[in-house]
Design a protein around this ligand. Structure first.
Ligand code: UTP
Length: 295
């Protein structure tokens, strides 16, 4: 299965991480030593995806700029022999052959944001959707695992799933269906934020999807649902009626950087992957914060 395009809905207001997002795009907030968006883009590139369609709001153009070359800065760093920094700023421009931005003028929900990318995706190819709030630590990359599962089962689409404690199911989109193997189900039921006690399972939707363009038709027919927004979960319920939609309990870890405590936890975990940062963190946790001018 050829999946060329990644759609990234990134037009949201990021209210759960205010004040950080008062004048910075949530997707550009630093996580360890890279912007949040870097991780989602690298995952897609490492999964074989070659185009990115960014759905943004006014003021969030910096996300797209991150994936362009800055020739002046490259020259400057090259002249000064700063090879490490040069490699770091050059990397994101190499992830994709092309990056397009599409404006979502009104925040009408995730489903509506995906629909904004319809003309960028076209009618012919299965595409991926990635919500950069969810940082995936997976090997192979999460999207690759999902594409592989689609190929294995001849599926038209896939959703990344995690088993959550039953008491937390009301916070997520929840799916249910028939088991295909220990990690994969064929989905027949999807509910966005079920009422407590009414969830059809404890399998929660994480921010990675694969779908063919029939999803756009489904979104066009979807009325606003939970919290008054056009929900991609509702559109996928339509999709699953006639298309083969699978759920993949991927191998790896998902870090939710979309609210403040999740964002701090994600920082901590990703920084700890780097031995230099890890040592700093361990020193502080062992010895406390060093004091200036101790007597
Ligand atoms: P979230 O609800 O998690 O993100 O939407 P948000 O709206 O930015 O954040 P809060 O809830 O106010 O803190 C999931 C993803 O869908 C995008 C968001 O940018 C995020 O990546 N989204 C959501 C849109 O692009 N447009 C929308 O209308 C809604």
């Amino acid at each position: 299965m050829k999946v060329t395009t990644l759609v990234v809905p990134a037009a949201g207001l990021g209210t759960r991480v205010l004040p950080l997002t008062k004048n910075l795009a949530k997707e550009m907030l630093p996580i360890a030593d890279r912007p949040a968006m870097h991780y989602a883009a690298k995952e897609a590139a490492d999964s074989g995806i070659t185009r990115m369609a960014l759905v943004i709001a006014r003021g969030k153009e910096s996300i797209a700029h991150y994936f362009t070359r800055d020739l002046n800065l490259e020259r400057e760093l090259s002249t000064k022999g700063k090879t490490k920094e040069l490699a770091a700023i050059s990397e994101p421009a190499k992830f994709f052959d092309s990056v397009v931005s599409i404006y979502q003028d009104e925040q009408k929900g995730l489903g509506h944001a995906v629909l904004c990318a319809k003309s960028a995706v076209g009618n012919d190819e299965t595409f991926a959707i990635s919500l950069p709030d969810d940082v995936m630590m997976c090997e192979p990359p999460c999207l690759r695992q999902m594409i592989n599962a689609c190929e294995k089962y001849g599926a038209d689409g896939a959703i990344a799933l995690v088993s959550v404690p039953p008491g937390e199911a009301h916070r997520y989109g929840i799916v249910a269906g028939r088991e295909l193997d220990g990690r994969t189900i064929q989905i027949d039921t999807l509910v966005e934020k079920p009422k407590p006690g009414e969830a059809p399972s404890n399998l929660a939707i994480m921010g990675r999807y694969i779908a063919n363009p029939y999803l756009f038709e489904c979104i066009e027919k979807t009325a606003p649902g939970a919290v008054g927004e056009i929900q991609v979960t509702d559109a996928l319920q339509q999709f699953a009626k006639t298309k083969k939609l699978i759920g993949v309990r991927y191998e790896g870890t998902r870090l939710d950087a979309g609210d403040m405590t999740g964002y701090i936890k994600t920082q901590f975990i990703l920084a700890a992957q780097n031995p230099v940062y890890r040592k700093i963190m361990e020193d502080i946790l062992t010895n406390g914060v060093p004091r200036d001018n101790a007597a």
